[in-house]
Design a protein. Structure first.
Length: 464
C-alpha cells in the first residue's frame, strides 16, 4: 500500500500540466469550428425563403430559429443545415408565419401619402410592391404597413401590381384585395379616370373579379374666361369629343367679335345630357359681357361679369333660365360696367367702323330677323352709340344682287329698321336714329363670288 501512494505521488504532478494542455487545445479549436459551421450553415440557407433567421452553433450542434412561409420551406431549411459537413445535430426552432383568412391587401391614397396595408406573402413580394409604389408616387410619401402572412391566392402579386399602377389616376381613394375579390373606392383625378381604371382591371388574372366599384368621377368642368384687355377667350376643361370641340369653337367665331381663342380644352367622356345646347346658350350670354367668366360644372351653369349697359343682366338671366336643357340650373352674377366718357361724332363714327371691321350683323336668310349669334356684336355697337348722345345715327342696309331689286331694297330697309329697334330697346332714343335701305345699289365687292356677296350684305352706320 505504501508503494501505491508513493507511485501516485510520483505521477500526479504530471497530470495537471496535461489537463491544462487539453483544456487549451479544446478552447483554441472549438471557437474556429463554431465560426466555420456558422458561416457554412448560413451559406447553405442562401436561397431559402425565411424571415428573422438566426443561427446559433454550440460545438457541432446547430440551433435554427426563423419564420418560415410554408411547411415545405421549413423542412427544406432544416435539411440543408443537417447536410452541412461537420453538423452533428440540428435543433429546429422554426415557426410558420400566421395564415391570413381572408388574405387582404390594400393601397390607399390621400393628399399627404400613399399607404400600403394588409398582407404580403413573402419579403421579396413586399419589397417589390413597395418599390413599385414609390416609383409611381411622384414624390408623395409612401408608408409601408404591410405584414407578412400565408394564404395568398395564386397570382396575388400580379393583381397588387395592377392596382398600384392605378394610383396615379386617383385623387384620393383605396384599392383593396380580399382573397380574389377587388374593391375600388375614391375619386378619380380627371374626367375619364374612372373609365380608365375599369378598362385596366379587365386584365385581372383568371379567378379574380371586381366585387365593388365606387370610384367617382370628378365634376365635368367647362370654363371660358373673357379678358377685354388682352382681347382673349381662354377655354379650359372638357368637351365630349372632337366634333363637340369643333362645334364650340365655331360657335365662338359666330358669337364673339375678334377675340383670340386660347384653347386648353380636352376631349373626355362624361358630359351631362344637353351639354352642347347649354354651352351654346351660355356663350351667347358671355358674348354680351365686357368681361366675364362662364363656368359649367356637371349641370350647374354660372355666368359672372359686367354687361355693357343697363338692362342686359336681367335679359341674360331670363334667357338662361328659360332655355337650358331639362335638369340644368343657372346662376347669373352680373353687374353693369361703368359708362365710358362721351365722345364726339367723329370718334363715334370711327369706333363703330372699327367694330364692324371685325364682324358683321347677320340676319336670317331672306328675312329681317337678326341672327341671335349677333347680339354680342350689337351690344358692342349700342355701347358706342350711348357714348355719343348728341349725335344722330343713320343706319344703312345693303344686300347682294341676288333676287328682285325692289325686294332687296325693301329687305335692306327692314333690316336697318330691325337694328334700330334693337338699339331703342337697349335705351337709345328713337328720334336719334333713322333707317335707309339701299338694296344692292352700293356694293363694296363683286357679286360674282360668294365671298363678295357676303361682304355686300351688311349694315353701316353714319354718324352726324
Amino acid at each position: 500500500m505504501d508503494g501505491f501512494w508513493n507511485w501516485t505521488r510520483r505521477w500526479w504532478p504530471g497530470i495537471i500540466p496535461l489537463a491544462l494542455l487539453w483544456a487549451a487545445a479544446v478552447w483554441t479549436t472549438t471557437g474556429p469550428v463554431e465560426q466555420d459551421l456558422t458561416a457554412r450553415t448560413g451559406a447553405a440557407l442562401t436561397n431559402s425563403v425565411l424571415d428573422k433567421t438566426q443561427i446559433s452553433v454550440s460545438g457541432r450542434d446547430v440551433a435554427l430559429s426563423a419564420d418560415a412561409f410554408s411547411e415545405e420551406g421549413r423542412r427544406s431549411a432544416v435539411d440543408k443545415i443537417a447536410a452541412v459537413p461537420g453538423v452533428r445535430l440540428v435543433q429546429d426552432q422554426t415557426d410558420l408565419i400566421a395564415k391570413a383568412q381572408p388574405f387582404v391587401w390594400s393601397i390607399e391614397r390621400d393628399v399627404i401619402h400613399v399607404m400600403l396595408g394588409g398582407n404580403a406573402p413573402l419579403p421579396a413580394i413586399r419589397n417589390r410592391l413597395l418599390e413599385t409604389a414609390r416609383g409611381i408616387a411622384s414624390g408623395t410619401e409612401v408608408v409601408d404597413q404591410m405584414a407578412l402572412a400565408r394564404g395568398a391566392p395564386p397570382r396575388f402579386d400580379a393583381v397588387a401590381q395592377l392596382l398600384i399602377e392605378q394610383i396615379p389616376r386617383l385623387k384620393e381613394g383605396k384599392l383593396s384585395i380580399s382573397d380574389t375579390q377587388v374593391t375600388l373606392m375614391g375619386t378619380a383625378r380627371e374626367i375619364g379616370g374612372r373609365e380608365a381604371i375599369v378598362a385596366a382591371l379587365k386584365n385581372l388574372p383568371e379567378g379574380y373579379s371586381v366585387a365593388k366599384n365606387e370610384i367617382k368621377s370628378p365634376p365635368y368642368l367647362f370654363q371660358v374666361n373673357k379678358d377685354p384687355v388682352a382681347s382673349t377667350l381662354t377655354l379650359s376643361g372638357y368637351v365630349p369629343d372632337n366634333a363637340a370641340h369643333a362645334a364650340i369653337v365655331s360657335a365662338i367665331g359666330r358669337k364673339f367679335v375678334g377675340e383670340k381663342i386660347v384653347d386648353n380644352l380636352k376631349a373626355s367622356a362624361g358630359a351631362p345630357p344637353g351639354f352642347l345646347s347649354a354651352v351654346s346658350r351660355a356663350l351667347s350670354g358671355l358674348s354680351r359681357l365686357s368681361t366675364g367668366t362662364l363656368t359649367i360644372q356637371d349641370r350647374d351653369l354660372q355666368l359672372s361679369g359686367d354687361t355693357l349697359y343697363p338692362g342686359v343682366p336681367e335679359q341674360i338671366s331670363d334667357d338662361l333660365k328659360g332655355s337650358l336643357p331639362q335638369g340644368w340650373k343657372a346662376k347669373a352674377d352680373l353687374s353693369v360696367k361703368p359708362g365710358a366718357s362721351p365722345v364726339n361724332a367723329t370718334v363715334c363714327q370711327q369706333l363703330l367702323a372699327d367694330i364692324l371691321k371685325k364682324s358683321t350683323i347677320r340676319f336670317e336668310t331672306g328675312k329681317a330677323e337678326i341672327d341671335p349669334d349677333s347680339v354680342g356684336l350689337l351690344d358692342r355697337l349700342v355701347e358706342v352709340v350711348l357714348r355719343c348722345p348728341n349725335s344722330t345715327i343713320e343706319v344703312d342696309g345693303h344686300t347682294d344682287s341676288d333676287g328682285d331689286p325692289e325686294a332687296n331694297l325693301a329687305l335692306s330697309t327692314r333690316r336697318a329698321q330691325a337694328v334700330i329697334d334693337y338699339f331703342v330697346k337697349a335705351g337709345v332714343p328713337r328720334e336719334r336714329m333713322s333707317a335707309i335701305g339701299y338694296g344692292s345699289t352700293v356694293p363694296v365687292a363683286s357679286n360674282d363670288t360668294d365671298e363678295g356677296k357676303s361682304q355686300n350684305r351688311r349694315i353701316e352706320f353714319n354718324v352726324r
